[in-house]
Write a protein that binds this ligand. Structure first.
Ligand code: GDP
Ligand code: MG
Length: 439
């Protein structure tokens, strides 16, 4: 998607004026790109129509930078289609708030129930109870218990012989007796939607009158995820969706279709198997992801919060002129440490997550301190002129910082790689980034 879109944008960018035909061609590319990203056909059609209407407005054709304007329009429309702002969880006026997890087998219901319980515990100091209502797979209860044990949350279960609706009923009574403020119901799944399962879920719904019915769907299943969402929503009138397995290189096109097809918000996204891998869904960030801009918005948000604008601009300038030196590196490191773990930041930059140049970069915070020590052992001349680094100077640095020589060498190598990368970035491959950072 990214490649196709970027090529189309590149073409546009080169043109001083954008004609009607150029616009048509671009729209065609956007359409294909979205289809490739698993976005539903009807949704794409509607989407392209909207973008075209906006773009045909004289503004884009007359504007100074048509390519950027189109990216902006596409980004805005995508965001809007996915629901604009993140939607918080509903809460019951009286405890307990009941959250029912539904979805196909293997979608991630049990895992997500655990992640949610952890989130509620961490953020609200909540005391959730989980109910094991999947009695069809013997391992299901054990799995829920294992998940719950890692986050220290109680599980209500009655084995596999009792009817799930009865289990939920008994579980609710237990929650009332224990004053649990949240109840998370882990229901059974099937490989496909079937009547029996839907009836069972409908009964549990009628019994508990849940505040949230969260449909868990596997983002990797693309178009199937959309059909599943439609099916569950028709039968159960779900309140929201959790999109799992967005780690890896799932393109996320399903997010756009699900929202458009069901009209229900995506509330969370699962980004890994661990209990902390659950994030609130941000439509604008997903839009950027679909557009292949990485999680640029998150990064910018962080940067805006912590970055000294003037310094960022000065750095950009230095990157462009290739005069970025160890002093700048030090200043950058100080700013970056303010922004949180390096890995997370780097992963948000488009193309960085899998960049081979980053494979060897050590992002451990302790390493960070060591790097700093090495740079602080440099003379002012060395800091200003990275090319001075010869073997004897390197040995002196190692002794000065109390670090092994291999580490000094590694640091210098990484610094040079970084400089090279910066030069590439500022040389236009990521002109968006440049603009966003005020370059
Ligand atoms: P259920 O059948 O719907 O209850 O699904 P499970 O919770 O048992 O999850 C099925 C598999 O998907 C398990 O191996 C989970 O570890 C995995 N899984 C769930 N959510 C995610 C996610 O967000 N990312 C990844 N990578 N794996 C996930
Ligand atoms: Mg399960």
């Amino acid at each position: 998607l990214t490649e196709r879109l970027q090529k189309a944008m590149e073409k546009l960018r080169k043109k001083p004026k954008v004609t009607e035909a150029d616009l048509r061609e671009t729209m065609r590319e956007i359409r294909l790109a979205l289809l490739e990203a698993d976005v539903n056909f009807a949704v794409v059609k509607d989407f392209v129509k909207k973008v075209r209407e906006k773009a045909t407005g004289a503004e884009v054709l007359k504007g100074l930078n048509p390519a950027q304007q189109i990216v902006k329009i596409v980004n805005e429309e995508l965001t809007q289609m996915m629901g604009e702002t993140a939607t918080p969880l509903a809460k019951a006026p009286h405890i307990p708030t009941v959250i029912m997890m539904v979805g196909l087998q293997g979608a991630g219901k049990t895992t997500t129930a655990g992640k949610l319980a952890k989130k509620l515990k961490d953020e609200e100091n909540a005391r959730p109870l989980m109910i094991a209502a999947d009695v069809y797979r013997p391992a299901a209860i054990t799995q829920l218990q294992q998940v719950a044990a890692t986050i220290d949350v109680p599980v209500f279960e009655e084995g596999t012989e009792v009817d799930p609706v009865q289990i939920v009923k008994d579980g609710m009574a237990q929650a009332a007796a224990n004053h649990n403020d949240y109840v998370l119901i882990d229901t059974a799944g099937r490989l496909q939607i079937d009547e029996k399962l839907m009836d069972e879920l409908a009964q549990i719904k009628a019994l508990t009158n849940p505040n949230e019915i969260l449909l868990v769907v596997d983002a990797m299943t693309g178009q199937n995820a959309v059909n599943t969402a439609e099916g569950f929503n028709d039968k159960l009138d779900i309140t929201g969706v959790v999109l799992t397995k967005l780690d890896g290189d799932t393109r996320g096109g399903a997010a756009m279709s699900i929202r458009a097809v069901t009209g229900k918000p995506i509330k969370f996204v699962g980004e890994g198997e661990k209990m902390e891998d659950l994030d609130v869904f941000h439509p604008d960030r997903m839009a950027s992801r679909i557009l292949g801009m990485g999680d640029m918005l998150s990064l910018i948000e962080k940067a805006q919060k912590n970055f000294d604008e003037e310094q960022a601009q000065a750095t950009m300038e230095k990157m462009r002129e290739n005069t970025f030196d160890y002093n700048d590196f030090l200043a950058q490191m100080d700013q970056l440490t303010k922004m949180g773990p390096m890995e997370n930041l780097l992963k948000m930059i488009p193309g960085m997550a899998n960049n081979p140049a980053l494979q060897n970069v050590n992002l451990d915070p302790k390493q960070f301190a060591h790097i700093k020590a090495i740079i602080l052992s440099m003379t002012p001349a060395e800091r200003e002129n990275p090319d001075l680094m010869n073997p004897s100077r390197r040995r002196r640095l190692a002794a000065g910082a109390g670090r092994p020589i291999v580490e000094v060498n590694r640091m210098i190598k990484q610094f040079n790689q970084m400089r090279k990368m910066m030069k590439q970035v500022t040389n236009g491959n990521f002109s968006g980034l440049q603009n966003m950072m005020g370059g």
